[in-house]
Ligand binder design. Sequence first.
Ligand code: GRF
Length: 197
Amino acid sequence: MKQVAILVSGGGSNMVKLVESMTGDHPARPCLVFSNDPEAGALERAKSLGVATAAVDHRPFGKDRAAFEAHIDKHLVDAGVEIICLAGFMRVLTPGFMEKWAGKMLNIHPSLLPKYKGLHTHARALDAGDAEAGCTVHEATAELDGGPILCQARVPILSDDTTDTLAARVLVKEHIIYPATLRRFAAGDRARIDHTG
Ligand code: GRF
């Protein structure tokens, strides 16, 4: 059984789907939900699912990302973490941290990477007049929103879409492809298999 940590900053809907998926013959189990925001709604949701939580506020560390990450790393090591899932974790991680956990970290990003790395993906897709949008699960590397793609799912962009309606349509797909990709990844499968349907 691979021990999985999920790193979150917000509401944690992807975290909930990941935790709920890790039952039965799934090759992984959730051992920790960690947040950089002690007020993140995801922490209460994780507790109610029976998952251990930890939070370290990044703000007192200012620009010293490495000092903040030393705390994250200690929580991960103490919990025996073998796989990290970034799920709406809104802090950029340093190359040193990424290299330490290389090959063990997944991220979900709400765009069809390599398009629209970074923030405001839905607004950028709408502004560009794109016909479709989507989401990507990829191995996280030192390059922001880079790393090998493991799965993508596509959705149409409708003529009356707003960022909220588009985000909601993409989130439905996030909730499908992240648990499915984690399951394969935990079993050692790093092939790219895109989601259709
Ligand atoms: C998701 O859209 C994820 O792709 C993005 O942040 C959002 C997190 O949502 N990086 P939630 O906290 O999982 O509900």
